[in-house]
Design a protein around this ligand. Sequence first.
Ligand SMILES: Cc1ncc(COP(=O)(O)O)c(C=O)c1O
Length: 369
Amino acid sequence: MSFQVSPRRAIRDAFAYQPGKSIASVQRELGLKTVVKLASNENPLGPAPRALAAYRRAEKFSALYPEGASPELRSALARHHGVPPESVIVGNGSDEIIRLLCEAFLEPEDEAVVSQYAFIRFKQQASMMGARVVEVPMTDWTHDLSLMAKAASPRTKLIFVANPNNPTGTFNTQEEIEGLLEAAPKTSLIVLDEAYWHYARAIPGYPASLPDLVARHSNLVVLRTFSKAYGLAGLRVGYGVGNPELVSWLDRIRMPFNVSLPAQRACVEALKDEAFVRRSVALNEVQRALVARALGDMGLGVGDSATNFVFARAPMPGRELFKALLRQGVIVRPLDEYGLPQHARVSVGTPAQNKALFAALRRVLAVPA
Ligand SMILES: Cc1ncc(COP(=O)(O)O)c(C=O)c1O
């Protein structure tokens, strides 16, 4: 029996997000016992311990609906960033906030400006609203914010900037971000997605967006996530900080109970686990340098990274490299969906995981040990 109900036009043309391959699926498909996943920029140290303890304590409330607006977490985030609670919206991952922004602001006749190799969810979500996506070329694998400002028109509702960017790992400076805020129309909302903030914050020139820039610009919203340095990707919690009026629009259209109670409680505690975050960032710093050097020595082209992954040009098509490494039990991320068939993205792991990556790469590329 054929299905005859037609979906919205924008959905028909939409392409689904391709998540990194899971450990369980590789174990099943290839019959491998040990699989190392370096494909989704997760924290290789696991969840923040204080968060995990709070999660377990909250399990007993699982029969009850959570408070929909995540009030305790919202207040904790407001204190953490020195902003009023009305400026904070908590989402089911920062991914939900990206979706809410598109749903709240994009009519089919509107435009969203993104750069060519920006985090792909911006483009996907905007096109699902039927809006026109204006793609602006990068300069040196970095968002060219003056070109992006020039590309904005009176129809531009959203300008997306992932800083640092996934998958290129590059970042824009405070001066560049301030330049965009000056030059862009005040009728365009600038979405500054700082998912990798913890890994970039100490780099000279990296912007201090919260609370200053948000206080000074009503058309700026900053996104952060618990999925990276806090090690809580599986709990799905992210948030946005912006003008209270913007937040109230997003609040109106979010799912009534978008974040589970254990996840809300875990994130309140995660914010206090500074020691864990410091350990995670320090490990990443050391291991990222090792990964970049090893990949470079094996003939891959590796760019500077302000994140917990490296962006690499492979000596073979990225998809071939991905498949060959998969057979060795290591999952990396090919980037054909970004129009980058020669590249791959490799998350930084623990020392043991990275050693497994190097051994697998040596076998795949036939490099002597
Ligand atoms: C730049 C960027 N933004 C947002 C996200 C989504 O994160 P979350 O897990 O909070 O939905 C990711 C995930 O990798 C990302 O790389």
